[in-house]
Design a protein around this ligand. Sequence first.
Ligand SMILES: Cc1cc2nc3c(=O)[nH]c(=O)nc-3n(C[C@H](O)[C@H](O)[C@H](O)COP(=O)(O)OP(=O)(O)OC[C@H]3O[C@@H](n4cnc5c(N)ncnc54)[C@H](O)[C@@H]3O)c2cc1C
Length: 399
Amino acid sequence: MSANSPSEVVIVGGGIYGTSLAYQLAKAGKTVTLLEAGEIACGASGGPGERGVRSNGRDFRELPICSLSLSLWKHYQETFEGGVGYRRLGGIKVYDVSYGHREHEVKGRMEAMAASQTSLGCPSQVWSRDEVLAREPELAGSIFGAVYCPHDGVGDHTFATRQFAKEAAKAGVTIRTGAKVAEILHAKGVASGVRLESGEVVAVGDRLVILANAGAEALLKPVLKAHETSPVWNLMPQMIYVTNPLNKTVNYLLSHAHRSLAVKQIPDGTLMLSGGAHVAYTPEGLWKGSLSAITQNVTDAIMTFPFIDNSSFVKADASRVEAVSADLIPLIGQPEALSNTLYGYGWSGHGFAISLGFTKLFTDWIVSGSKPDALKPFSPTRFHEPAAFLGAAAVSRAA
Ligand SMILES: Cc1cc2nc3c(=O)[nH]c(=O)nc-3n(C[C@H](O)[C@H](O)[C@H](O)COP(=O)(O)OP(=O)(O)OC[C@H]3O[C@@H](n4cnc5c(N)ncnc54)[C@H](O)[C@@H]3O)c2cc1C
């Protein structure tokens, strides 16, 4: 490539998706430019604490990709100098019997979930009450079982995103921060470049990839046809941090089968509570918490780990925005009007865990020119084509 020729691939968005894709494509021999409006990891892939790297309880359509992703988290943790901040602790989804429900129903649902997760590539075991309390002794006595996923864990998302950016730069990727894309430029059915807010045009060699999360919809809307658009909205998940004065240990990444809760213990011992009600979103990126959102999440945490009642409040953070789709799985596609453009967004609050699997499949797509079958369930046309959603067999049976 001469100094003035465009990169083969231009990526918009410097979160975990953009940086890990840039790295993988550079390693596959592509020339790559990554454009980020702010700084690397200034969006959902940044901020304090850790993210859950979880297969447990996921939408089944995501599980094969999650399985691939979890193996890649382990691989990069072991091969990057300094790792990627991934800790494979194992994850548990605990359950009790909520008011009005039957024990056999809860247990049956959990056993069916564990069996399906295992057959879709994410090993899962059902633990009895004694087994779960022996391994996570601070749990409330009302817990009577758990689904355990040994490959689940946690990741320092900010560190991981910066590590991929660092390794991508070493592999030759041009990373431009403060480069907000205002518009996709196109001619004859392909994206020819992007115009930055500054007015500068960045030319696209072969492929444009939009991985701009909450910024993706605005860029794509002018080029998508009506049947390619999808209902998305933005949410601001809230993370609560509390002290650990009794020096207790939470051994696993924990979620609950019917409480809106995630609990992690970050390396300094602080407890991180999340998974509860989200806070208000404003287009300016401002967030407004509420006592009710905090109260609900803290109550669910104490009902699960009673020792947390001794903790003191440290802070709540809900400064990061995430795009969400109507069925809570991502939107991955190629606009009909632009044959060289790909996009992925709408990770719906749980995109960190599966990011490396999706970016591996994006890499395969770009290198081979064919869309991997595993990405097909995520096409936005699912909202417009009932036949595709139900499957051809179901439609022909009904006819
Ligand atoms: C508080 C919170 C907690 C979460 N917890 C979990 C969890 O426990 N487990 C899990 O798996 N997932 C979790 N998620 C989801 C996960 O963090 C995201 O799905 C993932 O980080 C999304 O990565 P991304 O690269 O697509 O987006 P982002 O990190 O948001 O990156 C997109 C980038 O695009 C840039 N951009 C936008 N518009 C433009 C433009 N026009 N031009 C140039 N650049 C642009 C933005 O500045 C941003 O840096 C959580 C999300 C949040 C917000």
